[in-house]
Design a protein around this ligand. Structure first.
Ligand SMILES: NC(=O)c1ccc[n+]([C@@H]2O[C@H](COP(=O)([O-])OP(=O)(O)OC[C@H]3O[C@@H](n4cnc5c(N)ncnc54)[C@H](O)[C@@H]3O)[C@@H](O)[C@H]2O)c1
Length: 275
C-alpha cells in the first residue's frame, strides 16, 4: 500500500480532499489517494460511479493509514446535485475543503472520423468536460468557506483537473477524446482567472498524463507499459505530479497544465517516431 521508500513531509497535513474516479484499484485516482494520505491528509472523500471495489479499497486504506479517514461515495461526476452534495458534505462533516482532484473520465474507441458517430463525441465532451466544469464550480465555492474550528482561517484551495497529453497535441484518431481533454486545459486557465478575479484564493491547474498502465489504456497498448517505459508510466508517477499541484509547493502555479509524459509533448521522442 503506502510506498515505504517515499520521504513523507506532511505536505497535505490536515487537509480535506475529494477525488473522483477513485474506485479503480489500478487507477490514477486510487494511486493519488494513497500519496495524499502518505502526506498527512485528514479526510479523503473518494467518489466513483462504480462502487464495485469500495469495500476492498476501504479495508486496504484503513489497514495502512491509521490516522487518516476515508469516505467512499457512489457518485456520477457529471451529476450536478451529486457534486454539489459531495462538496457540502465535506464542509458539513469536516468544516473545510482544500483539494478537489477531478479525475473521473471516459475514453472512446479510437475510430477515424468517418466511422465516429456524433453522439459518441458529444458523450465524451459531456462526461470529461462536464465533470471538470462541475468540479471547478462547486469546489471553488466550497473552498471559500472559512472555519476556524477546523483550522481553516482563510479562503482558498486547489482544484486539479485531469487532461491528457493527447489534448495538447494532435492524435492520429479519436478526435472526441482529444478535444474533450483540450477543453479541460482551457478550463484550468479560465477557472483560475475567474477565481483570481473573485479573490477566492483557489488555484486551478490541470495534469496532462501520457499513456498510463491502468484499465483505461486500450488493450492493444497494454504490452507497451513494460516494453516502453520511456513513454508509458504507472499511476504512481502521475500521482506524484498531482501531489505537487495539490500542495503548497506549487503555491505560485495557477491556470497551468503540467504534462507528466516524460517529455513526449516536449518533442523528445520525435526523432524515434521519424526513424
Ligand atoms: N490511463 C491513461 O493512459 C490516461 C492518459 C491520460 C489521461 N488519463 C485520464 O486519467 C483519468 C483517470 O483514468 P485512469 O487511467 O486512472 O482510468 P481508470 O479506468 O482506472 O479510472 C477511471 C475511473 O473513473 C470512473 N468514472 C468514469 N466515469 C465516471 C463518472 N461519470 N463519475 C464518476 N466516476 C467515473 C471509473 O469508474 C473509473 O474508476 C481519466 O480522466 C483519464 O482520461 C488517463
Amino acid at each position: 500500500m503506502a510506498d515505504k521508500t517515499i520521504t513523507r513531509r506532511g505536505r497535505l497535513q490536515g487537509k480535506v480532499c475529494i477525488v473522483t474516479g477513485a474506485g479503480s484499484p489500478r487507477g490514477i485516482g486510487w494511486s493519488t489517494i494513497k500519496r495524499f494520505a502518505d502526506e498527512g491528509t485528514r479526510h479523503i472523500y473518494a467518489a466513483d460511479i462504480n462502487p464495485a471495489n469500495f469495500v476492498a479499497l476501504r479495508e486496504a486504506f484503513e489497514e495502512t493509514y491509521k490516522d487518516a479517514k476515508i469516505t467512499f461515495v457512489q457518485a456520477d461526476a457529471t451529476d450536478e446535485s451529486a457534486i454539489q452534495g459531495l462538496c457540502e458534505r465535506a464542509l458539513k462533516e469536516t468544516g473545510r475543503l482544500d483539494v478537489f482532484f477531478a479525475n473521473a473520465g471516459i475514453f472512446g474507441p479510437l475510430t477515424p472520423y468517418d466511422q465516429t458517430p456524433l453522439p459518441d463525441v458529444v458523450e465524451l465532451l459531456r462526461v470529461n468536460v462536464g465533470s471538470a466544469f462541475l468540479a471547478v464550480k462547486y469546489a471553488s465555492t466550497a473552498m471559500t468557506e472559512v472555519n476556524e474550528a477546523s483550522g481553516k482561517v482563510k479562503s482558498g484551495g486547489v482544484v486539479i483537473l485531469t487532461g491528457s497529453n493527447s489534448g495538447l497535441c494532435g492524435s492520429k484518431t479519436g478526435m472526441g477524446y482529444s478535444a474533450s481533454k483540450a477543453a479541460i486545459h482551457n478550463l484550468a486557465k479560465t477557472g483560475a482567472y475567474e477565481n483570481a478575479s473573485r479573490g477566492t484564493g483557489v488555484r486551478v491547474n490541470a495534469i496532462a498524463p501520457g499513456p498510463v498502465g491502468t484499465d483505461f489504456l486500450p488493450a492493444h497498448l497494454q504490452p507497451y507499459v513494460s516494453t516502453r517505459p520511456d513513454i508509458f508510466c504507472g499511476p504512481a508517477e502521475i500521482a506524484d505530479a498531482v501531489l505537487f499541484l495539490a500542495s503548497d509547493e506549487s503555491i505560485f502555479v495557477n491556470g497551468q497544465t503540467v504534462a507528466a509524459d516524460n517529455g513526449v509533448t516536449g518533442g523528445l521522442y520525435l526523432e524515434k517516431l521519424l526513424d
